[in-house]
Design a protein around this ligand. Structure first.
Ligand code: GUN
Ligand code: ZN
Length: 432
């Protein structure tokens, strides 16, 4: 067993949802479970826990804040180098930058090298669970899983399905794509901290046969995840309407093919209506909110007020490379701006505790991983970040003046980036 003494931020439990607790002089005790995986054994006030764990070595982290590792609900590993590529909107951006970049991942060595950089970048930014697209090449999936396994990152990914409306080099073959997906499920799903996601790119890039096959695969493997995009951009939605003129909505196309269920995550869900929201809520599917991407590509604003009313699950995501940053602090700040946009509908702005929850325990819950990651309650896997609130002169000044937990969290959300993350500790290995 091992213990850390610091200020400790965590979420008090499902009943209080996004009620954060800051234990100012806290102790976090971790120890291996039966499989040797490090889990939280205890968290609380140092004065209360120290006598109980008297023999356990304690690392003193004075002036530091321990917080749950961040959960990124939607990111694209083959878009590492697409960040910051300007375009008029989603569809030209895909054509001009994204597809050409993803084509490079047909080369296994290229995939492996990018996977190393990608996972290092996640960890440097404090992300300890990632739900990522790979490219359409099975080799890209193998490369990413292999690297995540080496670094002990909790990672869910899958081979992108895209058998139409895509150029040579990234377009796949319907039947082979489904065989490849199933072989990858059998090889990787449930191995160590890895999980597979059936990954139809979005409705326009998949034939009806491919979507049907994806739905059948999902029915055969109910604990495998599903990930895709929905209702991000108005031109994209018009395209889906042309392809499925009889469909009630974009999201209903996924429903028709059996792709709305628990463990299904749809990025964006911006231009949806209350019937779609009820579909998400009723099916248990979740939305990944991608504010930096939505602002960068001019896609629109996620409607937080309507989401809260409908009660479906959602959480935060970077969506790199449509998104502009790996940093959860940048994503939380952008989500705050998006929430401000809808301020009059919401009645209040998004609180810093809610933003933080959406990127940790809330995201974990939306992925079906509540109590596993995204929090530091006993039983959770011991994934956490060590934050240094003195990391920059301005952070030091601002955090020193914080008179409440909300002020402290806001200071970090607004001024924070990778410099704030002094260290990322994951359940089996230590990195910095
Ligand atoms: N829709 C289909 N593919 C993509 C993608 O790679 N990024 C985003 N943001 N939207 C998409
Ligand atoms: Zn995306």
């Amino acid at each position: 067993m091992k213990a850390w003494r610091a200020s400790i931020l965590y979420f008090a439990g499902p009943a209080q949802a996004h009620q954060a607790v800051l234990e100012s002089d806290g102790l976090l005790v971790t120890g291996p479970d039966a499989q040797g995986r490090q889990r939280v054994q205890a968290v609380g006030a140092y004065s209360q826990l120290a006598p109980r764990f008297a023999g356990v070595p304690v690392e003193q982290l004075s002036g530091r804040i321990i917080a749950p590792g961040f959960v990124d609900m939607h990111i694209h590993y083959p878009q590492l180098d697409v960040i910051g590529s300007p375009a008029d909107g989603l569809l030209p951006w895909l054509e001009s930058y994204t597809f050409p970049h993803e084509k490079r991942f047909e080369v296994p060595e290229y995939s492996a090298q990018a996977a190393t950089v990608f996972i290092a970048e996640l960890l440097r930014n404090g992300v300890t669970t990632a739900f990522s697209f790979a490219s359409s090449h099975p080799a890209s999936v193998n490369a990413l899983f292999a690297e995540a396994q080496t670094r002990s990152l909790r990672l869910i990914t899958g081979k992108v399905l895209m058998d139409q409306n895509a150029p040579d080099g990234v377009r796949d073959d319907t039947e082979q794509s489904l065989l490849d997906s199933e072989a990858l499920i059998q090889r990787w799903h449930g191995v160590d901290r890895l999980g597979y996601a059936i990954t139809p790119r979005f409705v326009p890039s998949c034939s009806a046969a491919q979507l049907r096959g994806a739905g059948e695969l999902a029915a055969r493997y109910p604990d495998v995840w599903i990930q895709s995009h929905a209702a991000e951009n108005r031109d994209e939605i018009a395209w889906v309407r042309q392809l499925y003129p009889d469909a009630r909505s974009y999201l209903s196309v996924y429903e028709r093919f059996g792709l709305l269920r628990q463990r299904a995550v749809y990025a964006h869900c911006i231009h949806i209506d209350d019937e779609d929201r009820a579909l998400l809520q009723g099916s248990g599917a979740a939305a990944a909110v991608c504010p930096t991407s939505n602002l960068f590509l001019g896609s629109g604003f996620f409607d937080y007020a309507a989401a809260e009313r409908a009660g479906f699950q959602f959480g935060l995501a970077s969506d790199v490379g449509g998104g502009t940053s790996f940093s959860p602090f940048h994503t939380m700040l952008a989500a705050y701006y998006v929430g401000r946009e809808g301020h009059s509908k919401l009645g209040v702005s998004l609180s810093p505790q809610s933003l933080w929850w959406q990127h940790t325990a809330g995201a974990a819950r939306a992925l079906g991983l509540e109590g596993v990651v995204g929090n530091l309650l006993p039983g959770c896997e011991a994934d956490f970040v060590v934050l240094n609130p003195q990391a920059t002169p301005l952070l030091a000044r601002k955090t020193a003046q914080a008179a409440s937990l909300d002020e402290l969290l806001f200071a970090m959300i607004v001024l924070g980036d990778d410099r704030l993350v002094e260290k990322t500790v994951i359940s089996q290995a230590e990195t910095s």
